[in-house]
Structures are given as C-alpha cells and as structure tokens.
Design a protein around this ligand. Sequence first.
Ligand SMILES: [Zn+2]
Length: 167
Amino acid sequence: MIQPVTIKNKPSVFSSHEFAAVVVNSLSGEKSLVSLSNFKMGDVLTVFFAGNTFYVPNYLTIQIDTNTHISLSPEFLQYTNHSCNPNVFFDTNSMQLIALKEISAKDQLCFFYPSTELDMAQPFECRCGSNNCLHTIRGALHVPIDLLLKYKLTDFVQREIGKKSIS
Ligand SMILES: [Zn+2]
C-alpha cells in the first residue's frame, strides 16, 4: 500500500545543548532556540559571557553599555529570537538568562530585543503574532515609553530611557 506523501514542516535539531536545542525550520532555514527543560518564572537558564566586544552593534550582538556590544558565549544563545511576548530576559548586569514566565520543554525561547538594544543595527518587521506585537522592532529608543515600561529592561536601557524622559 502506498502511503500518501505529506510534506511536513517539521523543525530539525541543528545542535543540542544542556538546556536548549537549536532547531532549524526546513522551509525557511531560520534557526531558533527551543527549551529542553521546564523552568519557573525567575529561574536562571544559564549564565552567559561576552564572546567578543564591539563598539558598534551588529545583528548578533547584545548591548551592555553606550558603546559596548557583545557577541554571546555560549554561541548558540545567538539563536534566541525576538518576541513581543518574551519568555526569557538577558540580564546584562548579572550575565544570566532568566525565565520571565513558566517555560515548558519544547517552548521556543524568545527575548524582547528592545530590552537590551537602544537602537538596532538591523530593524525588522516582527511577525511574532502576539496581540501586543509592536511590528517594527528598532530598539528601545523607538518604542513608546508606556509600552516599553511593560517589559523587563536591562539596567542600562532603564538608565538611558530615564535620561531621555528627563531631557
Ligand atoms: Zn511582535
């Protein structure tokens, strides 16, 4: 008997790590990071380090100060995509990746790019599908303050936003 052929868009595992796997979408080729464990709100998924330090941002860096942008180590963390409804937060003070809500194994791990980035090197159109999707993601300086304050932000971004609202 011949089975009907179904074309499935099943993500395949690109690389597997302690608490998360990088999966690749077979149609788009886009990679994302998927949790392998359950976490509670406030849990530390991992610590991270600066791989390299840059004066100007690029699409893989995270901002830690005015002219300081780091690439992430462990490197697979670079596949943490953006969502306007994030479940993790890169705390650039403690250098910990923190769960913002309950996370189940197989959930995609996403952070809110403007929580670390003031002004992004490569703005993009978000298609996260959240009710509260901000659509164009360009960094914290481009998000209305009332929306921005609904998110957990790095101390650096909070400081910069404070300066902006005073001036
Ligand atoms: Zn969105």
